[in-house]
Design a protein around this ligand. Sequence first.
Ligand code: PEP
Ligand code: CO
Length: 461
Amino acid sequence: MTVSRPNECPPWSPSSWQAYPTTQQPPYPDPAALEAVVGELSRLPPLVTSWEVESLKRQLAEAAQGERFLLQGGDCAESFAACESSAIAAKLKILLQMSLALVHGARRRVIRVGRFAGQYAKPRSSELEARDGVALPSYRGDIVNRPGFTVRERTPDPQLMLRGYERAALTLNFIRALIDGGFADLHHPEYWDLDWVRHSPLATEYQRMVESIGESLRFMETLAGQQVGHINRVDFFTSHEALLLPYEQAQTRQVPHRTGWYNLSTHFPWVGVRTAQPDGAHIEYLRGIANPVGVKVGPSTSPGALLEIADRLDPQREPGRLTLIHRFGAHNIARCLPPLLVAVRDAGRRCLWVCDPMHGNTETVAVAGVPEGVKTRKFSHILAELEQAFEIHRIAGTYLGGVHFELTGENVTECTGGARGIADADLTRAYRSQVDPRLNYEQALEMALLIARRMREGGRT
Ligand code: PEP
Ligand code: CO
């Protein structure tokens, strides 16, 4: 079925992207097997609902107005193996703790969005990976192929989309159950204390913040004469890069009593820098769905291209529809961001601006025993990009309405620096990511506390 859009674009359908130039799509060897999986996936129940999607869109619209702040975070890529209770609970805990710090610092409600329950596909800079004279398809995430360097493991397998859908459902089921069970009750932040917060150099600052929130809550409840019910529950939304288009297409549905099509595999899909060509397949796919959508913006994004993307994705200028996630790197943001802010502002658009201080700050460092070096990010560069982002938005009169991190609730050593001073030589001790390096639990909380402090000192940044 096709739907006409008023802006003279050709008709859109969940599969109309197939007529556009595609990038980063795996070369599935058996088209019939792919089609069978897409058919099966499109009959399975949705993972999220349209009313949750619409609720997030309303909240993002408020963030674009400066009334809320978005915290988006999680793994660079989820792995099927890490779909287990302690890793999922740890991820929720760190996002909750960070959001508590941000609520406290920003004095605004925080929207929590995980990079989870579907963040399984990765863009790669080359189609092939060569080792010792042998070239095989690059590993593109657990939903596409497997990391082992053999023909069998690297051949894209459409069945993995079904495994990914199931893992996403299991993850989401556990998250919903935890939240429903009171895991995120602000009256009981001790539920989500991670063991080693007690050993952290930031423990005192964190405990002080928790106590002050507890006091405010008790004060409000004394005034109101009752428990502040809606504070018992916090919302969690899911997001992932809408990269693997057959997976997204299969879960794009119409729902009773609403017009339009929804991607019901996630609340908030985004398009990465490598696939954000204005006339490419990914923008075509995102154009037709009703979800709020994100677009990554990098050093190669020109003001003209950004406006074209915005016109295609949001011709009606619908509040909450479009989030622009900039990721330039600490050394490029001062040069790259201002012209884009001006272009979007002068076009009369009110988008939500979010800073991803991770993807422009990746580097490879030399480490003894690892000839190819280790991919890492420095805490100081991540923080420096964020601090500049706040300042650049302040000067432009725009609002930085959120942050986007790659992080984990576990004690890994993938990014260097932070309060514990992780050094290059520590990287190999607990490096688990198959793709980009993540802030560990303590670095992530420290980052949130530092941003919160900055927001508090800078007033309404
Ligand atoms: C990502 O968010 O994991 C990613 C690949 O980002 P970008 O498209 O900004 O490089
Ligand atoms: Co990444």
